[in-house]
Design a protein around this ligand. Structure first.
Ligand SMILES: [Zn+2]
Ligand SMILES: [Zn+2]
Length: 331
């Protein structure tokens, strides 16, 4: 399965299972990374800087987790939300009015039959995409987009955490044979529902399915292989400043400062900050040190505009420094 051939949910699930066979990673390992990315996705949403890559990474981990349990994701999503709300059994959802009880006159034992019937109608149409499912969810729960519009993404981000917890609980109950796989599938569907809803609100004109193609076009974004060969815990850092970055940036900055003839005092001060950041590996120290480098680089750029130093060398170094900062959206 090539990334460029991804079209629908079945393709994504197959692609993720080929890319990450995870034979040496157990449920808890994959769950911990899923939790990390749900957290980071929530952070990017709360900061009003939704990241396409973080959505793809998070969804990919959720798929890998579902693969570990052999859950058919497309089937799970359709059966959980077959165009109607599974609690009030209607569209748009009237749970607020009914306190999560059926809005229509229906006996509890008939609810599964009604949901299965609605699901079978959708299944007749063939495979579906995540974008199609997101659209269906938006029709069932129009209130979610209103809440976001008037009070921000807080409900989505806390619901994602809540559903993640429920996935964990359902899975542990499945492992201890107190719940069947169907109950776990429902929790997965709920978790994905909130992620997809957040996606649709953040990127109304884009299909998340297509983003898998660009994200994985050249193989695993970390190791570059067709089947991920990354070592355990060798994930790339997306939020924390790594010592390697500080060291490399420090060297570039030194080159730049020498090229322009920045005062020794200024260079020494920034070098002190950078070595303290490398020594302590403390995030606040690292961020402040990087900010000092960033500000000084801007200052140097102004000097260069006035004709200081060898413009060509300096432009190359500054471009390299910029690349470092590009990997830190928070800077
Ligand atoms: Zn409802
Ligand atoms: Zn890899």
């Amino acid at each position: 399965m090539e990334a460029k051939n991804i079209k629908d949910i079945k393709d994504i699930q197959l692609f993720v299972s080929n890319m990450y066979p995870n034979t040496d990673r157990d449920f808890s390992y994959i769950f911990s990374y899923t939790a990390r990315h749900i957290g980071y996705l929530g952070k990017s949403l709360n900061q009003r800087r939704p990241s396409i890559d973080e959505f793809v990474r998070t969804t990919s981990w959720i798929f890998a987790l579902a693969n570990k349990l052999n859950i058919d994701i497309e089937n799970a999503l359709i059966e959980r939300h077959p165009g109607i709300c599974p609690y009030c059994v209607t569209i748009p959802c009237k749970c607020l009015e009914t306190n999560k009880k059926p809005y229509i006159d229906i006996k509890a034992y008939n609810i599964p039959q009604e949901l299965t019937y609605q699901a079978s109608v959708i299944k007749l149409q063939g495979s579906i995409t995540l974008a199609e499912h997101a659209k269906r969810l938006a029709a069932i729960y129009p209130g979610n987009a209103y809440i976001w519009r008037f009070s921000g993404p807080w409900m989505h981000t806390s619901k994602m955490q809540e559903e993640l917890a429920e996935v964990h609980e359902a899975a542990t109950r499945f492992f201890s044979q107190r719940k069947n796989l169907n109950a776990v599938s429902e929790e997965f569907s709920d978790l994905l529902a909130w992620v997809l809803s957040a996606w649709r609100i953040s990127f109304p004109n884009e299909a998340i399915d297509e983003q898998f193609i660009s994200f994985y076009l050249n193989g695993c974004p970390v190791c570059g292989k067709k089947t991920c060969d990354c070592m355990l815990y060798s994930d790339s850092s997306s939020q924390l400043v790594e010592p390697r970055i500080i060291e490399e940036l420090g060297l570039l900055f030194l080159q730049l400062a020498r090229e322009v003839g920045t005062s020794d005092f200024d260079i020494k001060e920034i070098q002190k900050s950078l070595s303290k950041a490398a020594e302590t590996q403390s995030e606040p120290v690292a961020r402040t040190a990087l900010l000092e480098v960033k500000n000084k680089t801007t200052e140097i750029e102004r000097l260069v505009e006035r004709g200081a130093g060898n413009a060509k060398n300096i432009a190359t170094i500054i471009e390299a420094i910029r690349k470092f900062f590009d990997s830190f959206p928070f800077m």
